[in-house]
Write a protein that binds this ligand. Sequence first.
Ligand code: HEM
Ligand code: SF4
Ligand code: SF4
Length: 493
Amino acid sequence: MDRCFGARANPLRHLGALAYLMFWLITASGVYLFAFFETSVSGAHASVQAMSGRGLGGIARSLHRYASDALVLLVALHVLREFALRRDFGFRWFTWVSGVPLLWLMLFAGIGGFWLVWDDVALFSLGATLEWFDALGLFGEPLARNVLAPEYLDDRLFSLLVFLHVGVPLALLLGMYIHIQRVSRPDTRPAQALTLGTLGVLLALSLVQPVISAAPAEVARVAAALALDWFYLAPHALMYQWSPAALWALMLGATLLLAALPLLPHPGRMPAAQVDARHCNGCRRCVDDCPYAAITMAAHPDPRRGMEVAVVDAALCAACGICAGACPSSTPFRKAARLDTGIDLPLLTMDTLRVRVDAALTALRGDTRVLVFGCDAGADVHALQSGDTATLSLVCAGQLPPGFVEYALRHGAHGVLVAACAEDGCQFRLGARWSAERLQGRRAPHLRPHVPAHAWRLVHAARHDLRGLQAGLGALREALHAHAAMLPEHAHA
Ligand code: HEM
Ligand code: SF4
Ligand code: SF4
């Protein structure tokens, strides 16, 4: 998909953002439809029917339906993808668990919409839903029989249905807002190309296959055949195939299972980042760069300093080290024997990293010596290891302070390759992006401008993309050879 669309416009990399886009499209088209909708048993069907076809109303209606269907598809793929990437536990537990109620809200927001059309499908869906709730045995009298009796089918009931169809999506929006509270800079707005492409597809679908209603609802008549929207109404079919109790068991069981996934045994959590107030100058760069909003600023432990220092909430910390890569104190050029920095990962400290870089540089041999920095979640850089290529894997490419690139070049490497995860595919959301921006001088801490551009290279390579990694190394070596060929002594020779 990346090859077809590019990472920024690859729908599979932006499923949550596309779900947001669908929500706004449903809202905009819904507001238009509401303006022309008649809230009454006798007028609803005709008013919706008048907004069908290829006119403006018809397009709004079809977009409203197809965007709702797309929402279900996108959210299903989003859940599958997050699960496949094992993002259902640890520091992500809140985001995972807060996603679960969204599934119910989305389903009810959609099903309630079908009722307002007040056609055969509406009557069937309303009846099936009421029967389903009746099976709980919470209501003295069966809802299905009472609500669908002609004397209850009045405009007051219809106002209630409209109220539900506005209220449940509002609750969904609130839930969506809560869902992204623990990620900073959430990806809620797809790139322009992806937005326009998605809207184009939905518009084309609306023009080719406009949504139409079934015959007007009549309580006394049983429809011979119903064209169901399977994205939302499949549970009704399942209920009549099995039983209301079986459907409850399936839906509640699946919900509990999803919500309980974070409680299952998982690999232990990595120790959180730690702040060393002695080396923190209160610059807030780590706060800006942390992908999980795990850092805040608080008063310095020594009030005489009159400044703020970073504080990590260990419960939110992903142990990605991106903060250490952002900290100005993480520069390897510092003279002290131990490289203590403002914020560091116990798992791989900046001091350990500098010791490993020194050792790797000492062991390098050959005419064109390259040091490769990679990340544990991306392509395995150790596969590149050879006499003239040393490799070091970090927790995340974003953990690498750009100063280390210059440091390696000054201490024996001819070239440095930084391998980050695929674009928009960073395991820690923002690491690959920050890494690129820092190296390209667009984000502090910058790689200093006097570092020769031919001597370093950034490559994006997903977990199994060894070929991409090799291509990056090949391109760096080519640039190094081309540069060497241009040097005066070479020209002489
Ligand atoms: C209406 C439904 C949903 C919407 C609109 C939605 C949207 C989003 C968005 C925008 C993000 C942030 C992506 C980023 O910036 O990296 C996100 C993250 C996430 N979502 Fe959802 N989501 C929905 C439902 C769900 C459900 C049902 C689950 C699971 C049960 C889920 C699990 C997650 C997880 C685990 C993340 C965290 C990814 C990470 O930490 O890298 N979401 N979602
Ligand atoms: S290690 Fe990652 S998640 Fe933890 S505080 Fe640092 S940047 Fe934030
Ligand atoms: S980046 Fe370093 S110096 Fe700046 S606030 Fe964070 S810990 Fe302190």
